[in-house]
Ligand binder design. Structure first.
Ligand code: GP9
Length: 412
């Protein structure tokens, strides 16, 4: 009741819901294909290792796409599942543990459910056991029509790398399902090969490892390249199948791959000492929005985060969802965001980076007086707290207007 109204009022007054971007409605009746790229950080984009490009395909794709180079992951302990939660709900993940596990059965206004009401078929492809991260349960609440989990794939010794089915085999085997899927569809492919500890048999590696004291960082580069090649192959398959022209493809990194434990080796690779400021900047992951037919190179430097994908995609689809509570903004809106908040209360604005109780100038990385970050600090904590209340108290039960949730409310 009153708590929900307080949060709705906060969102109305503070979260800009501008929908007037040039891209509004561009995805109407098109398929949306997300690729959640496991552990791919932004620092690999347009960089080399041992003189070789790490992600040649993505680097090329960026030239024909919208590329957000200050896009941050915002996950916490729920890692990939937290990124999914952010992307489908525009809410923050929880402070302790994966929200898919702790509150996977809540009522949500997930994008899969919303687009379903507008005639889209919604699905996820991920070749892991369906109950990993409690996905089978949480996906029900988000409203997916179909989850192509491990049992939909032929996984054998030959096509297994690291955690499971190799990304190349995964995309290949997915095509038969995708080709017969009712259109328009809203779907997400979650890759797996580039997963810690990044073990890749030499016969699959197109580039050499890095040479440092961190085996993790050394091995990271060839597995990232493997995923880059798998995505390229998927684009080729989409083109061959004829689905490409009718689809919009959105690729994002789900979360960091190299933790702070490897700062020394990372410093060696980037040729600088890694400060707390740099650690925040290393939380940037690539975001590439590829719209066939819109093939000019646009780098968007605005500070953005995973929480912004839901309002962006709904606006691109031309879907108005006025009653919803979202903390993100349309990525294509002109206005800067107030902040990109991380789960621990750290944040980034256009001007500042706040971490470890220190305020830094975002452009220079120089420490500045704490008073510059102070006002935003309080807003961030307030907003995280509101998001948590929505989840802890399952407040969307009372917000939804569909008959199902009205029933639930009556039974309380
Ligand atoms: C597991 C995959 C990886 O199914 O999504 O999860 P992560 O360990 O990155 O959260």
């Amino acid at each position: 009741g009153s708590k929900l109204s307080e949060i709705e009022k906060y969102v109305d007054q503070n979260v800009d819901d501008t929908t007037s971007s040039d891209l509004r409605g561009i995805a109407k009746d098109k398929n949306i294909i997300y690729i959640s790229a496991e552990s791919v950080q932004n620092f690999v984009i347009n960089r080399k290792v041992n003189g070789e490009e790490i992600t040649p395909f993505l680097n090329d794709l960026i030239k024909d796409s919208y590329y957000f180079n200050n896009f941050y992951h915002q996950v916490n302990l729920g890692r990939t599942s937290d990124s999914e939660f952010l992307v489908e709900n525009s809410l923050y993940p929880l402070p302790n543990g994966s929200v898919f596990f702790t509150h996977g059965q809540n009522e949500y206004n997930g994008v899969p459910e919303i687009v379903n009401e507008h005639g889209y078929y919604s699905s996820v492809f991920h070749a892991n056991n369906k109950s990993f991260w409690n996905r089978d349960v949480a996906y029900e609440s988000l409203g997916y029509d179909q989850f192509y989990s491990q049992r939909y794939f032929n996984v054998n010794e030959e096509n297994t790398i690291g955690w499971g089915l190799s990304d190349k085999a995964f995309f290949d085997q997915s095509m038969k399902y995708l080709k017969s899927m009712p259109q328009p569809f809203y779907t997400k492919f979650i890759t797996l090969t580039n997963h810690h500890p990044y073990e890749l048999d030499e016969k699959y590696a197109s580039i050499d490892q890095f040479d440092s004291n961190s085996k993790t960082l050394n091995q990271y580069f060839p597995t990232v390249r493997y995923t880059d090649e798998a995505i390229e192959q998927f684009f080729n398959n989409l083109k061959e199948s004829g689905l490409y022209e009718d689809s919009i493809i959105i690729i994002y990194g789900d979360h960091f791959g190299i933790s702070e434990n490897h700062n020394k080796a990372m410093g060696q690779y980037l040729n600088k000492e890694i400060t707390p400021y740099d650690t925040v900047q290393l939380q940037r992951v690539p975001l590439i929005i590829h719209i066939p037919g819109h093939e000019d190179d646009r780098v968007i430097e605005k500070v953005t985060g995973q929480i912004d994908l839901k309002p962006t995609v709904l606006n691109m689809m031309g879907i108005k969802n006025e009653e919803d509570i979202m903390f993100g903004n349309d990525l294509f809106a002109d206005k800067p965001k107030r902040f990109v908040a991380f789960r621990d209360g750290d944040f980034v604005t256009e001007d500042y980076v706040y971490t470890k109780n220190t305020c830094y100038d975002r452009e220079s990385g120089e420490e500045v007086d704490g008073s510059f970050c102070e006002p935003t600090k309080d807003q961030v904590l307030k907003e995280l707290n509101y998001s948590d209340q929505l989840i802890y108290e399952d407040l969307f039960r009372f917000q939804n207007t569909d008959s199902n949730s009205a029933d639930k409310e009556n039974k309380e």
